[in-house]
Every structure is written in C-alpha cells, then in structure tokens.
Design a protein around this ligand. Structure first.
Ligand SMILES: Nc1ncnc2c1ncn2[C@@H]1O[C@H](COP(=O)(O)OP(=O)(O)O)[C@@H](O)[C@H]1O
Length: 400
C-alpha cells in the first residue's frame, strides 16, 4: 500500500471542501468533539428528527411489502445476512461464554434464507453478505477451504447475485492475497463511472460500488484495510498497522479491550486507510451531484449508538466525518456485533447492525429483505432481526 497508513481522529484533508453540511470551522469543531470520544450532535443543520427514534422497531410490518406504503411504489429490494460463521463443529460459545454459537446449524439458516429470497414474489436484486462467512475455528481444523466450498455451494442456489464483504474470520482462515483470488472477491460486480477515474477504487483495499437500480448506489467498504489480520507479517503495512494498534492498546493480549479508553482498538477489528476514505469521499461526491441514494456496507460498524464500542472500526470517526459531509447516504449496514443494533444518527443516516446467524438458535432465523421506495427503505427482518423503517432525509426525498 502506497498511501499513508494512519488511524487519526480527523477527517481526510480535502473532504470538507466538497461537503454539503459542514463549514470548515464547524467540521473542525465536530471532529475535535469526536476525538474526545463524544458522539456528535448536529452542527450545520437540523437533525432529521427532533429526537432521533432509537430502536424504532416496527412490530407490525406485514408480509406483503407492496401494501406497506400505499402511496408509494416499490422500486426494488435486496437481501441482507451477516456472520454465518459456519464450521462443522458442535455448538460452542463466544469469548465471554454468554452467547451460544450454532456452528453447524448456521448453514441450515443460510439455506432457509436463500429459499426465502428465491421464492419472494419479486426477486431481490441482490444479497449483501456482511462478512464472517466461515468461522476461524476452520483454520485450526484445517477445514477452511472445505467449509468455504460448502457455504459457497449453498450460495450457488441463490437466484440473484451475492456481494461478499470481508470480516475478521475471513482473515483467520485466509490471507488477503488468497481472498483476492477467491470466490469471496465479488468486485467483478462493480459499476464503473465513465470519465470519473477518481471513483475507481485502488487494488490496495477490497472496496467497490455498484448500481442495482437507477439512482441507487451501493458501496462495499473494506474495514480491514488497516489491520494486522491477513497481512504478511514481514510487510511494512503490517508493521504500520501493528504500531497503530499498540499505540492505542498496551495489553499484551491485543484482542483484549481491558482498560482501553478507545476499546475498538483490538486485534479483531481494523480500520479504513486514508486512501480508501478519499475514494469514498469521491464516490459520495458523485452521488450527491447526481442525486443518488447510497447504501454503505462494511463488516465493522461505525456508529457508537448502534453498536457495542468494542466492535467499532478503529477510525470510525474518520468514516463518519466523510459520510456526514454528504447528503446522499441513507443507511450503513454492518455485521460483527451478533447482537444487532440500530440508530439514526443526527445527520439522518440509519445505522443497522444485523443480528448474526452464528448466534441464532435453530428455531429462529437471522436475515432480512430491504424494500426500497421513493421516500424510504424498509427492512423486513426475519426471526430475531427486527423490522426497521429508514426514511430518507427530508430535504432529500425525491421522485423516482
Ligand atoms: N475480551 C477478550 N480478551 C481476549 N481475547 C478476546 C476477547 N474477546 C475476543 N477475543 C478473541 O478474539 C478473537 C475474535 O473473537 P470472536 O468472539 O471469535 O470474534 P467474532 O465476534 O468476530 O466472532 C477470538 O480469538 C477470541 O478468543
């Protein structure tokens, strides 16, 4: 990687110039507050709602999304699923020992989800797989390739494309180089914006964007772009990332957040390079200009109100600063937490952490379909995934 590797608290140097919401001084003030660990409040404009409705779960969403929004036409839909973590193992527990993990049953959960999507009245345009597709235990049992093949064969039954995000368990099983050449690399599904070379992602990280429906752009981010996982330990990048991690985490066990003021600085997390954030900023600038709605996907969450702080991306504030300087982002989907979470941030971006398949009992389910309307997106959750309504920012609701 040639670009500077850092995990600072500040936004990228050039994004505010293109910003729609933050004047430079306001952006600096916001960044300074965030650096102190404070969750940002609206700076340059009114929040989307006076009191953002946290946990605005809708228990009453019915099974026929076409009837949900009578005045509004369903444009398209997409599926979401997270943390399958398949392994051919007996049930186990998470590190704390308080959440059961159903390693074998996770494959049956995936099959159930695929059967559901395949039989929806109107097929979703695609499925977003939010990372951790097989569990790290596979590496210990030398079963990584076999387990991946089994899960990928299951995904073959899906009638629509699947976009794969990479999480920490991908890197417990495989090197980044291996992943780049594997079926988990779905970058071939990317969209290229002609005449805007700055929106072409670098090969140094695994990120891309695509347009499944006119005026809706989806962006997959690489939350392990800065990481000690999956990187050759003799490389300069590994040394740089280890330095960042050690600067924030003095524990001898780097997976332990014990005593940390910024508990996200653990080995099982990672972050976004400045290079990737600059690229994200360019794509969002294009989307703003062209009045697109944007959905962002990453294995790691970036909004503290929607997530356990131990699960956040190292430099989540940098990613938030970029996103908040644009008007186009509707929602940010992440996995990793397994417990799930939701919050609408003060800039009207909906942060959804999807419940993990791996910690879902056999008699339940964990996936969802998002129905996209001209004025909102509606997540219809299955099993332990709650329904959510994600209204677009008011000043940005458009006609399609
Ligand atoms: N508090 C902790 N202290 C030390 N190691 C931990 C802690 N939490 C997790 N780990 C280790 O970090 C790795 C990732 O944790 P895991 O729970 O498997 O992640 P995930 O939630 O992505 O499945 C495992 O090797 C686990 O043992």
């Amino acid at each position: 990687m040639t670009a500077a590797v850092r995990a600072s608290s500040g936004p990228p140097p050039d994004f505010r110039r293109r910003g729609h919401f933050l004047r430079k001084s306001q952006g600096a003030a916001l960044s300074a507050r965030l650096a102190g660990g404070e969750v940002a409040q609206p700076v340059a404009r009114e929040p989307a709602a006076a009191e953002p409705a946290r946990e605005s779960c809708l228990e009453v969403m019915d099974d026929k999304p076409g009837t949900l929004s009578e005045n509004s036409e369903l444009l398209f839909s997409f599926g979401v699923i997270a943390d399958i973590q398949y392994a051919d193992l007996e049930d186990g527990y998470n590190f704390q020992g308080n959440r059961r993990r159903y390693y074998r049953h996770s494959l049956l959960h995936l099959r159930g989800a695929i059967e559901h999507w395949n039989t929806e009245g109107r097929l979703p345009c695609c499925v977003l797989q939010l990372g951790d597709i097989i569990d790290g235990y596979n590496a210990q049992y030398k079963a990584s390739e076999k387990s991946l093949e089994l899960v990928m064969n299951t995904f073959q039954m899906l009638k629509v494309p699947v976009h794969h995000t990479w999480g920490n368990h991908e890197f417990y099983n495989f090197s980044r180089n291996y992943l780049m050449n594997s079926k988990l690399n779905t970058k071939f599904l990317e969209d290229q914006i002609v005449h805007h070379p700055e929106t072409v992602p670098s090969e140094d990280y695994y990120a891309y964007h695509f347009v499944p429906f006119p005026h809706f752009r989806f962006i997959l981010l690489d939350a392990y772009d800065l990481s000690v996982l999956g990187v050759d330990q003799s490389s300069p990048k590994y040394q740089q990332c280890l330095k960042i991690l050690r600067e924030h985490n003095p524990n001898s066990e780097l997976n332990s957040p014990q005593g940390l003021s910024e508990p996200q600085f653990v080995q099982f997390n990672g972050g976004f390079s400045q290079e990737q954030l600059n690229w994200l900023n360019e794509v969002l600038t294009f989307s703003d200009t062209n009045q697109e709605k944007v959905v962002i996907v990453s294995h790691l969450p970036i909004y503290p109100e929607a997530s356990d702080s131990v699960c956040l991306a190292w430099n989540y504030r940098d990613a938030l600063a970029v996103i908040w300087s644009h008007k186009c982002v509707v929602c940010f989907f992440a996995g990793h937490t397994h417990d799930g979470g939701y919050s609408e941030d003060p800039f009207g971006v909906h942060h959804i952490n999807l419940e993990g398949v791996i910690e879902t009992a056999p008699d339940s389910q964990a996936f969802g379909t998002v129905y996209v309307y001209p004025d909102k997106m509606m997540l219809k959750g299955r099993g332990r995934v709650p329904d959510r309504i994600m209204n677009y920012k008011k000043e940005n609701a458009s006609q399609f």
